[in-house]
Design a protein around this ligand. Structure first.
Ligand code: ATP
Ligand code: MG
Length: 387
């Protein structure tokens, strides 16, 4: 009788954080027979459900991070809010961590990130730090309107406060922060870039982030962005220059503003897979997740060509309900060609929570936005209990 070992992993990949991004990395890991272990505090995390293994532990627990490193050949992240100091110490002991934890630390602090761009000659909106002594007259001297941003901890627009008046200043965020110029009526673009240790890079077509101006929330993403070819090219070059400046392997989402006068400015960088790259799963030759894995394994990066155009919208919890997720309209959605759903397996749905997304692939932007409207009429996700 021959006894076969159950698994022969090519590499053991550890992922700090078990959210939807790590969950979408799982299919690429399976294809490469990479054994993915997740570190996440909740037992049934979105990625833990589909990974080879999960360590239940806090992301800032040194013992849990140490254990993840022991069980992995390479470690990466699905979230940037991590204890970079612990990971820097682990990297110093020879653990391979992608991207470099020192870069994670730099990016975690938006003010340091902005200073890095200024020092590297990368265009970004003008900014200045605030101190406890800053007063409204300092803000006026800088110029109104402006945007207050917290140094650390902001995500999904929390940690961002627009100041137009003394009233807004009175309601400012009471935490270390800086102010930057408000970009009026700009277009928001995002560019995914993957980089290998050798410096080889690939760049995806820029995506346009369409904001719902009534709710001030991201409405949907459309690829390629509806701007002229020259702007697309400059955006790609700027995104590559930005990623190059960090000098680390990894996959990055570079958020840009296209101003009214046609300038491109870097807003911020996510050192991981990004919402603006979800369409790459169905619409590109190589998905952002496969290129994230290739960057981690130091393999040649995959082609980024986009087939036609694509639109991605988040599926967020309906207002007025909480509890176990209930999805309505999936039968109608499933009848619509070239439309792909991703449910993240979160066990609690609350108003505004990101529960999944869907991507529409086609040849024409207008057809995609029409399809989006008809899907929004039928497809909703909500908790099972009215609030
Ligand atoms: N200088 C600016 N001028 C105009 N709008 C801005 C500016 N900075 C940020 N915003 C708006 O606020 C949104 C959130 O800002 P930012 O990306 O810096 O923060 P965040 O909390 O990291 O957000 P997210 O997690 O959604 O990327 C931007 O996508 C943009 O719509
Ligand atoms: Mg952002």
């Amino acid at each position: 009788m021959t006894v076969m070992a159950k698994k022969f992993p090519l590499v053991r990949l550890g992922v700090v954080g078990g959210g939807q991004l790590a969950r979408m990395l799982a299919p690429a890991c399976n294809n490469y027979n990479v054994q993915m272990t997740i570190l996440d505090p909740s037992y049934n995390s979105p990625a833990g459900q589909v990974a080879f293994d999960q360590i239940e532990g806090d992301l800032d627990d040194p013992a849990a991070l140490q254990l993840l490193c022991e069980r992995s050949d390479i470690v990466t992240f699905d979230i940037e809010n991590i204890r970079a100091d612990i990971l820097i110490a682990l990297a110093d002991q020879g653990i391979e961590i992608v991207p470099k934890p020192s870069v994670m630390r730099l990016i975690q602090n938006k003010f340091d990130q902005k200073c890095h761009y200024r020092d590297s000659g990368i265009l970004t909106a003008d900014f200045t730090d605030l101190s406890k002594k800053s007063s409204f007259s300092d803000i006026e001297a800088f110029g109104l309107p402006c945007v207050q941003k917290t140094h650390t901890g902001g995500y999904d627009g929390r940690g961002v406060h627009i100041i137009r008046s003394i009233d807004d200043w009175e309601n400012r965020l009471e935490t270390p922060s800086f102010i930057e110029r408000f970009i009026a009526n700009g277009t928001e673009l995002a560019v995914i870039v993957a980089r290998r240790a050798s410096g080889e890079m690939v760049v995806y077509d820029p995506v346009e982030m369409v904001v719902d101006s009534r709710l001030n929330l991201l409405d949907y993403l459309i690829a390629p962005a509806r701007v002229n070819a020259n702007v697309l090219k400059i955006a790609q070059e700027l995104a590559k220059k930005t990623v190059e400046s960090f000098a680390t392997p990894g996959l990055f989402g570079v958020e840009l503003f296209l101003t009214n006068s046609g300038d491109l400015l870097v807003n911020e960088v996510a050192p991981r897979a990004h919402n603006s790259g979800h369409h790459t799963i169905e619409a590109c030759v190589t998905s952002q997740f496969e290129n994230q894995l290739r960057a981690c394994l130091d393999l040649p990066l995959g082609q980024t060509d986009l087939h036609g155009c694509a639109l991605t919208a988040n599926l967020i919890g309906e207002v007025g309900y909480v509890g176990r997720p209930v999805i309505e309209g999936l039968d109608q959605f499933a009848k619509i060609a070239n439309s792909y759903i991703h449910l993240y397996g979160k066990d609690e749905c609350s108003p505004g929570r990101k529960m999944g997304h869907f991507t529409l692939v086609g040849d024409d932007h207008d057809e995609l936005t029409r399809r989006l409207a008809s899907i929004r009429d039928v497809l909703i996700i909500r908790g099972d209990t009215p609030q």
